[in-house]
Design a binder for this molecule. Structure first.
Ligand code: GTP
Ligand code: ZN
Length: 353
């Protein structure tokens, strides 16, 4: 396996030179499974674990390897195993919140250049969901591409749906395709460039796996490639989540990404809802809540039909979630809030007396 094909680049090379290690190799995590990782290297695929030191440090940071990560490893070539010592800096990452004492970030996948936001054109079609996916993708640092699948099943005018998507996507490329009859697949192939990573995001049944197979094209050949001889000498077909395309490029189709929940920041919200931010700049009051204030440009835009009320409601909903997670993740704010409530309840008690 050639490291450049896997996405190894100059930036990573520079970072490697900063580490004062000798006899170390690098690899890219292709699968994560209960503290074990499959790592692709120039010596092939290895099974890896994190080092004791890594594990110890991760107790604090919670920062474990994820699919797509580049890792510094020491290789035990005979056993086809490796120890992971360090994570290279991620240039993009998808994360989700972890329920627990504090809101913790868990990385699902990293170092992704392009994200296909896969949405089916049949009754699964949902503009609000596309809004969410866009938000997640902007936040990750990767570039979104909207892929509308199952064109063959769409009973309505497809161009109308595309217009609907354009209204929330602001210049993000939109592609219509069908994995069944092959429409539009060729345009998608253009995103697969050697060393570039594409990930798929979309709800269950949207057609991600079918699309992946279609893009992999030479399905049979690839299935054969993934057939490995296990230690008992049997051929087993392994399910992998990071694939190299025969024509170059990498595709990540991880179940983890599919379960991705909402974890966003102010910044990505503004980017996805720049139209709303723009309109609200025209409100008479800077801190307009768009409820009953006079001179509210949002209200006016809704009344005039210039702003879809559903889009505005979706914006409010996302903003609310955002505030919720911000509060949760900010331990300090949490403590402050606790203090405040203590004071409030004390106040109530003293009034009762
Ligand atoms: N007619 C038609 N059916 C499709 C197309 N793409 C996928 N399907 C069908 O839709 C169903 C779901 O497709 P999958 O590829 O498994 O969907 P997925 O997004 O991977 O779903 P999960 O694995 O649950 O996340 C399957 O029955 C596919 O055959 C398409 O372009 N046209
Ligand atoms: Zn307003």
């Amino acid at each position: 396996m050639n490291l450049c094909q896997l996405g190894w680049n100059e930036t990573l090379q520079k970072e490697l030179l900063c580490y004062e290690f000798s006899n170390f190799s690098v690899g890219r995590v292709s699968l994560e499974h209960k503290n074990m990782y499959r790592v692709l290297t120039d010596q092939g695929e290895l099974l890896a674990e994190v080092s004791g030191k890594f594990r110890f440090e991760a107790l604090d940071t919670g920062d474990y390897p994820a699919v797509g990560d580049w890792v510094l490893i020491s290789v035990m070539a005979e056993e086809r195993r490796a120890i992971i010592h360090k994570l290279f800096t991620r240039f993009s990452k998808f994360s989700r919140k972890v329920a627990g004492r504090a809101t913790e970030e868990q990385i699902i996948a990293s170092n992704i250049n392009t994200v296909f936001l896969v949405n089916a054109l049949n009754n699964d079609f949902n503009i609000r969901r596309i809004e969410r996916y866009l938000l997640m993708t902007w936040e990750s640092g990767a570039n979104p591409v909207i892929v509308l699948t199952k064109a063959d099943l769409c009973r309505q005018d497809i161009s109308e749906k595309v217009i609907q998507v354009e209204e929330v996507a602001f210049g993000v490329p939109i592609h219509v395709c069908s994995a069944l009859d092959g429409t539009g697949i060729e345009e998608l192939q253009d995103y697969f460039i050697s060393g570039q990573t594409v990930a798929l995001l979309g709800s269950s049944g949207a057609g991600k796996s079918t699309l992946t197979n279609r893009l992999l094209g030479v399905e049979k050949q690839l299935v054969q490639e993934t057939r490995k001889v296990d230690d008992k000498g049997r051929h087993t077909t392994t399910h992998r989540e990071l694939f190299l395309l025969p024509g170059g490029g990498i595709i990540i189709d991880t179940p983890g990404l599919r379960e991705l929940q909402f974890w966003e920041t102010e910044n990505s919200l503004s980017k996805s809802f720049s139209d709303i931010e723009e309109i609200s700049n025209r409100c008479s009051f800077n801190d307009c809540q768009h409820e009953s204030e006079p001179g509210c440009a949002i209200k006016a835009a809704i009344n005039e039909g210039a702003l879809d009320i559903k889009r505005f409601q979706s914006y409010l909903k996302l903003q609310k979630e955002l505030a919720y997670f911000d509060r949760k993740s900010d331990v300090r704010a949490q403590l402050d809030e606790k203090e405040k409530w203590k004071r409030v309840s004390k106040g109530i008690k003293s009034k009762r007396r």
